[in-house]
Structures are given as structure tokens and as C-alpha cells.
Design a protein around this ligand. Structure first.
Ligand code: IMP
Ligand code: MG
Length: 210
């Protein structure tokens, strides 16, 4: 009886399947001991390639649900988002376009709080549905800079999708429309994310070893 009541509670619980999955990531990945050395720092496994793919498939399905009847333009934020954009596009089956913009704010493992635009938009996006694709949203400084930039473009919709989100570090009001995985305020590398240039080629994500 207790078993059935517990099962009923879990099924009725407002924690969705995806929320529980996000939670299980933390429980499982601390156990793994593989250590990666990048420059002077060590990193330990945090999110597997399979869980990353699952999270990206989830975001792609949600975006497709909302915009399958349009031809959205996905704007990848370089450098970090190149892997997310590539895998996202493979999951997104409806008509769409892609372009890239290059922003930088990080030096080493900390944000400089100043966002530089290194490569700009080369396309007229007037009246288009724009979906920003980020690898990670941290302080939100990059999003503020992007929002400012797209205000001048007169787009139809401006939405934000990110694979990773650090709620404890986020200091801005801008709504993030699609979030893959919420993570604690720790520095991570892999799957496009770097520590001073290294680690982007790792197929899974590692966090700084304490
Ligand atoms: P924000 O402007 O502070 O939100 O940070 C956005 C950018 O900083 C991301 O797109 C990344 O390029 C970089 N960044 C933020 N957190 C991390 C991290 O934990 N590891 C690697 N890069 C990060
Ligand atoms: Mg980025």
C-alpha cells in the first residue's frame, strides 16, 4: 500500500519528469572520478553526453511546438554555442535558418562584466522570429547586450534558448524562454565551453574540482 501511495505521489507531483532528470544528474555524476587537467585546473565529470543530448532534444521539441508554422532564425552565440547549435538543428525537423554572432565576456573562470561583440549580424532580420541559442546563461550580461542589439532589428519574436542556466548567478530580468539544464553556480567546461581556450572538444561536461 505504501508503495502504491508513494508511486501515486510521485506521478502526481508537480516535479515534471525533466525536473527529476535534472536533479538526478547531480546525484549520479559526483560519483564518477575521471579527472581532466586543463592549464592549471582540474575538472571532474558533471553531465554526460547522453543527458546533454536529451536536454537539447527537449528544447528543440518545445521550440518546434511553438514555431513549426514559421521559419525561425536560430542565432548561435559563438564561441561556446557551436556544439549546441549543431545538435539542436539535427533535432529540429521543421523549416529553419541559422546564423552566428560572436560575443565574449569571460576571462579564465570569471566574468569581466563587459560584453564585447566580436562578429556582428550580417543578415536583415526585420519581421523574423529570432531564437538565440546559448551554451550557458550565467550573469545574463550577454543576454542584455543581445537584447539591446536585436531591439534595433525590429524582429517579430525574440526568444532565448540555453542548454545550461545558473539561476544563482543570474542578475537580470530578461525571461529565458527555453532552459535545458539548471546547474549550481560552478564553473564548467566541455561541449563547447572552455577554460581559457581549452576543453571545448570534450563531448561531455565537467566541473571545477574543489
Ligand atoms: P553571461 O554573460 O555572464 O551570462 O555569460 C555568458 C557567457 O560566459 C557564456 O556564453 C559562456 O561563454 C561564458 N560562461 C559562463 N559561465 C561559464 C562556465 O561555467 N564555463 C565556461 N564558460 C562560461
Ligand atoms: Mg556563450
Amino acid at each position: 500500500m505504501l508503495f502504491f501511495n508513494t508511486l501515486k505521489f510521485i506521478l502526481k507531483s508537480k516535479f515534471s519528469f525533466f525536473k527529476r532528470l535534472e536533479f538526478s544528474i547531480f546525484a549520479n555524476y559526483f560519483k564518477n572520478e575521471k579527472v581532466i587537467q586543463l592549464h592549471d585546473k582540474q575538472f571532474v565529470p558533471f553531465v554526460s553526453a547522453q543527458e546533454i543530448d536529451f536536454a537539447i532534444a527537449k528544447i528543440a521539441a518545445l521550440v518546434e511546438d511553438d514555431f513549426a508554422d514559421e521559419t525561425p532564425v536560430f542565432v548561435g552565440v559563438l564561441n561556446g554555442a557551436f556544439m549546441v547549435v549543431s545538435d539542436f538543428m539535427k533535432h529540429y525537423k521543421s523549416p529553419c535558418e541559422v546564423c552566428f554572432i560572436k560575443m565574449a565576456s569571460y576571462e579564465g573562470t570569471t566574468s569581466t562584466n563587459e560584453v564585447k561583440q566580436l562578429i556582428g549580424l550580417d543578415q536583415d532580420l526585420t519581421g523574423r522570429t529570432v531564437i538565440i541559442i546559448e551554451d550557458i546563461v550565467d550573469t545574463g550580461n550577454t543576454l542584455v547586450a543581445l537584447k539591446e542589439l536585436f531591439k534595433k532589428q525590429n524582429v517579430k519574436h525574440f526568444k532565448i534558448a540555453t542548454l545550461f542556466f545558473k539561476p544563482e548567478a543570474y542578475k537580470k530580468e530578461i525571461k529565458i524562454d527555453y532552459v535545458g539544464i539548471r546547474i549550481p553556480n560552478k564553473f564548467i567546461v566541455g561541449y563547447g565551453l572552455d577554460y581559457d581556450g581549452l576543453g571545448r572538444n570534450l563531448p561531455e561536461v565537467y566541473q571545477l574540482k574543489e
